[in-house]
Design a protein around this ligand. Structure first.
Ligand SMILES: Cc1cc2nc3c(=O)[nH]c(=O)nc-3n(C[C@H](O)[C@H](O)[C@H](O)COP(=O)(O)OP(=O)(O)OC[C@H]3O[C@@H](n4cnc5c(N)ncnc54)[C@H](O)[C@@H]3O)c2cc1C
Length: 228
């Protein structure tokens, strides 16, 4: 993918300098996230629902039950706005006004089309890979019945914006812009990184004998660790 579009509609009014048009940054955001929040208008009212996703160089992929209203609404081609964001930390500034969160965020505008046949299976694999990398290859292939019960959709990644508020390095003697001189120097200011952290795997009942924890679970445990 070349540079992301430079379109006024996709440009934040505030802090445009935090925008990035670099596809590498986009794919970092998409690969760091797990949940996409999909906004659409239903019966004249906006609604936002969270869902899993996958992606490749050109499309974001979403899936759901054929009985899901979200899936069916998305499939009819109406405009969508999709937000994917990772919270990276907090800035504890000298004032509430200047306190902030650090994040990596992408907004995707567009509409969905249905994936069928081989593309459907490939898209399901990509969604699984973004959720639980490596698990797809440990599992049986989806059955016809399962495929028939699942709607898989793709949204082109051609109307995308990316905004990143980097984490503040606590080693920096930072000026948070709040006019520190006039404020209490005994007030702790600094930053705190946060992230999703995996717990210990808990095995279900019903396995025969000692079944080792698979690679996909181990990968997830190294993927989601508390930041230093
Ligand atoms: C975890 C998190 C917490 C945040 N907390 C706050 C908060 O408390 N207060 C606050 O004002 N803002 C917050 N933001 C930033 C917020 O998402 C907007 O970027 C911001 O409000 C500025 O909006 P705007 O009016 O400039 O954007 P608009 O002018 O309304 O947006 C125009 C276009 O810019 C693009 N755009 C705008 N924001 C983003 C974004 N975050 N990521 C990617 N593309 C974007 C979209 O394509 C959008 O269509 C937060 C963001 C995240 C991810």
């Amino acid at each position: 993918m070349a540079e992301l579009p430079d379109d006024p509609e996709l440009t934040p009014t505030r802090y445009d300098e935090l925008s990035s048009h670099d596809p590498v940054v986009l794919f970092d955001v998409l690969g760091s996230g797990v949940v996409a929040h999909v906004a659409l208008v239903r019966d004249g009212e906006p609604i936002v629902l969270g869902t899993a996703y996958g992606f490749d160089d050109d499309f974001l992929y979403l899936h759901g039950s054929t009985g899901s209203r979200l899936s069916r609404d998305m499939a009819d081609g109406r405009p969508l706005c999709i937000s994917i964001a990772t919270l990276d930390g907090f800035l504890f500034a000298r004032t509430g006004f200047d306190s902030a969160v650090s994040y990596r965020s992408a907004v995707i505008r567009g509409s969905a089309t249905e994936c069928v046949d081989d593309e459907k299976v490939r898209a399901l694999r990509l969604i699984n890979e973004n959720l639980m990398p490596g698990r797809w290859d440990e599992l049986p292939a989806p059955t016809r019945k399962e495929l028939a019960a699942t709607l898989v959709l793709r949204v082109p990644l051609d109307r995308v914006s990316v905004k990143v508020l980097p984490h503040h390095d606590p080693e920096d003697d930072f000026d948070d812009g709040s006019g520190a001189d006039a404020l209490d120097p005994r007030l702790w200011v600094g930053s705190l990184r946060v992230g999703l952290a995996a717990g210990e795997p808990v095995a279900s009942r019903g396995m025969s004998g000692e079944v080792p924890v698979p690679e996909s679970v181990k990968r997830q445990m190294t993927r989601f660790v508390l930041p230093e």
